[in-house]
Design a protein around this ligand. Structure first.
Ligand SMILES: Cc1cc2nc3c(=O)[nH]c(=O)nc-3n(C[C@H](O)[C@H](O)[C@H](O)COP(=O)(O)OP(=O)(O)OC[C@H]3O[C@@H](n4cnc5c(N)ncnc54)[C@H](O)[C@@H]3O)c2cc1C
Length: 241
């Protein structure tokens, strides 16, 4: 994979908006006919807010789909009711035109991967890992991959069915959702992601950890990883705040 792709500024059309629950939505940004954008899984796009002339307001959103998809990128957004960009996205019905710059960012895997990968995310921090996993597995990655994913509610886990399907299809892939406010019928893991590191990853041999989301969670997971013996350089993260 190339490690530097020049970013471009372009307009895209928003389509296929889906409610993922818990104030989170899936959006697809379609390129104009004949256009595409190369990117490396883990990179993000910067979306321009339509401010009056003279003031540029932009926000970063991780690409949640694989670069093998050529006509659009997926985004996964959490509504910040007091915010600027996300309330605007929440007015969308489909077919809106938005201005975007991308690809941007350096949160990606090395060209050659000689380790097993532990992805840890909460909320929309799952977006870059969906792009990575949906690229690595179909491309024939033979190492082990885990997705340890923290969500608040068991009936609002972004892309839950997709993760379960991947787990059925690829024996080297394990999906571990953990729920902080489960309903009584939830039979899976409960509690915060950081409390699962020791349970599932006490043997750090041959593994690297990638974490994405809000900084408090990242710091807690990093601490838990160091405690079980991961060297600091084997724990890589991207902060949203
Ligand atoms: C590299 C990168 C990738 C990102 N990818 C995504 C993504 O895939 N999906 C996504 O939803 N967001 C993502 N973000 C966050 C995103 O860029 C915005 O910060 C977020 O959407 C809020 O924008 P806003 O204009 O609605 O609110 P703002 O006007 O920016 O914020 C309003 C207030 O809410 C606080 N705030 C901002 N974000 C959060 C949050 N997540 N939780 C709680 N409080 C918050 C701010 O500190 C501020 O006080 C990413 C950020 C970075 C740096």
């Amino acid at each position: 994979m190339p490690n530097k792709i020049a970013p471009q500024i372009f307009e895209a059309t928003v389509r296929n908006i889906k409610d993922l629950g818990n104030d989170t939505k899936h959006f697809e940004l379609f390129y104009d006919p004949g256009k595409t954008m190369d990117f490396i899984p883990g990179q993000f796009v910067s979306v321009y807010y339509p401010e009056p002339a003279g003031k540029v307001v932009r926000r970063a959103y991780s690409i949640a789909s694989s670069p093998n998809v050529k006509d659009h990128v997926d985004l996964c957004l959490k509504l910040i009711p007091t915010g600027t960009m996300t309330p605007w996205f929440w007015t969308f019905k489909g077919d809106e035109r938005i201005k975007v710059q991308g690809p941007l960012g350096k949160f990606f895997l090395p060209d050659s991967i000689d380790f097993d990968i532990v992805f840890v995310a909460t909320g929309t921090g799952i977006a870059p890992f969906r792009s990575m996993v949906e690229t690595l597995l179909p491309d024939g990655f033979k190492g082990k991959i885990w997705v340890l994913f923290g969500a608040r509610y068991d009936n609002a886990i972004p892309y839950h069915e997709g993760w379960l399907d991947l787990e059925k299809k690829y024996p080297n892939f394990t999906y571990i959702p953990t729920i902080s406010r489960p309903r009584p019928e939830w039979k899976g893991e409960t509690g915060y992601v950081q409390t699962k590191i020791e349970k599932f990853f006490s043997d750090s041999t041959g593994k690297q950890v990638y974490i994405c989301g809000l900084n408090d969670m990242i710091q807690a997971v990093l601490e838990a990883c160091l405690k079980v013996g991961f060297p600091k350089e084997k724990v890589i993260f991207e902060r949203y705040d």
